[in-house]
Design a protein around this ligand. Structure first.
Ligand code: LLP
Length: 421
């Protein structure tokens, strides 16, 4: 479903006119659709049918409490990468037993927090991490549930910055070494081996890399079983892409069915495995937009610039990955001269653009939305140029609620102090 559409020549978010949100909340502002988030989560979840499974939403994509809480209410699990994200899941009311903890650099303190919270699994990414987890768990008189994140060495054919499953990547352990590392893990008294995980990259728009990775992990599950290490779960990570421009990624149910198909016909060792996935972008990416207002049109030079009040600090993806996000006016009823613009923010960097070469009919004061901004938008925003972070709004039918108010300058500066004297 696309919750953002035009009616009577103006943009709506579900049943709320976007202009009404701008009027009450101001700009820049992120707008999310509850129905769209729910529909995407449910599509993944339902596609597993009766198979034991857990959809663990990747919190890093968008960690806003109200958004997490929408997923909590649907029974979601969560993939976290820091103690901070664990705290967010708890405050959103999440079930910590359904939390998996990924990431190459977990600290002792984070391990302690996660063990005390009783999380479902640590996805361990290196041998030293295994040792440290064993030690921390031992001191707490606990056994830490672990899966090894293996690196299956497949090319996800995506942007190099978000590709993680190749040999040269810092993530996971090489799959060839996995058996030996599992055997070591088995000898450590405060670890409980529960599963295996992988994550090969993000914004993957083709099923083949996922199936390739699954093949390799399935092979490993067999080798481990033969060596007396039977696993309880297999976690295929996240990474399913969305449509930003003209991509046509698999739908969540097709993605899940391809996974189930690959496992069909395998022996009981595989049928017993609980399947886990960690989608982030595919759940929230197209459920959110960034709303901005045109401050100035700068015309007549080599290029036309539409200078808007949202910048790279609000949405970093275009600057960082040269990522494409559609940009559209909120109202298309007034007469406007179409021109080709670079849509840029107020930040003092030439890389501060939201879109280049966009044909738009706009005037100063008009509202624009930057589409597909629900994932890695607010979560990657910063205070660069001492810009307070944007407000966030959740739309639900014909109502909307501010779920994070615009940051104030006092809040932004609260942690700082001057030198004495
Ligand atoms: N699981 C793990 C272990 C991950 O590292 C990631 C993403 C995910 C799950 C979720 O991936 P997703 O389903 O959202 O693709 N900032 C970049 C994306 C970085 C993704 C990092 N890891 C962007 O804006 O495109």
């Amino acid at each position: 479903m696309n919750p953002f559409g035009f009616r009577d020549r103006q943009l709506f978010a579900e049943d709320v006119p976007v202009a009404a949100i701008a009027e009450q909340v101001g700009t820049p502002c992120y707008i999310y659709s509850r129905a769209a988030i729910e529909a995407r989560y449910r599509a993944f979840d339902a596609a597993f049918g009766t198979r034991a499974h857990q959809v663990c939403y990747a919190v890093k994509a968008n960690s806003t409490l109200a958004l997490l809480n929408v997923l909590v209410r649907l029974g979601a699990g969560f993939d976290i990468v820091s103690g901070g994200e664990l705290e967010r899941v708890r405050r959103a009311g999440g079930d910590t037993a359904k939390v998996v903890f990924s990431g190459v650099g977990k600290t002792r303190e984070e391990m302690q927090l996660a063990l005390a919270a009783g999380i479902g699994c640590f996805n361990v990414e290196s041998e030293p991490e295994l040792d440290q987890l064993n030690e921390v768990a031992g001191r707490m008189g606990k056994r830490a549930p672990v899966a090894l994140r293996v690196n299956p060495d497949v090319d996800p054919a995506t942007h190099p910055y978000i590709s993680t499953g190749l040999k040269e990547s810092k993530f996971g352990v090489p799959i060839e070494r996995a058996l030996a590392i599992y055997q070591r893990a088995q000898s450590l008294p405060h670890l409980q081996i529960t599963g295996v995980g992988c994550h090969i990259g993000s914004q993957i728009t083709d099923m083949d890399p996922f199936v390739d990775a699954l093949e390799r992990v399935v092979e490993l599950v067999g080798e481990l079983g033969d060596a007396g290490i039977e696993l309880e779960h297999l976690d295929l990570g996240g990474g399913l892409g969305i449509n930003y421009r003209d991509e046509s990624p698999p739908e969540p149910d097709d993605y899940v069915l391809a996974i189930l198909n690959r496992l069909q016909g395998l022996g009981s060792r595989y049928q017993r495995l609980r399947l886990m996935i960690q989608p982030g972008r595919a759940i929230v990416g197209n459920a959110g937009v960034l709303l901005a207002r045109v401050l100035y049109l700068k015309l007549g030079g080599v290029r036309n610039f539409a200078i808007v009040d949202a910048g790279m600090n609000d949405l970093m993806r275009p600057a960082l990955y040269d990522a494409w996000h559609d940009i559209a006016p909120v109202k298309v009823d007034a007469p406007r001269t179409p021109r080709v613009y670079d849509v840029v923010g107020p930040v003092c960097e030439s890389g501060d653009f939201l879109g280049r070469n966009r044909e738009l009919g706009i005037e100063a004061g008009d509202l624009l939305v930057v589409a597909s901004a629900g994932a890695y938008g607010m979560a990657m925003s910063s205070n660069y140029n001492t810009r307070p972070r944007a407000a966030e709004v959740m739309v639900d039918g014909d109502r909307f609620q501010v779920v994070r108010r615009r940051e104030s300058l006092d809040e932004l500066l609260a942690a700082e102090s001057l030198l004495p004297g």
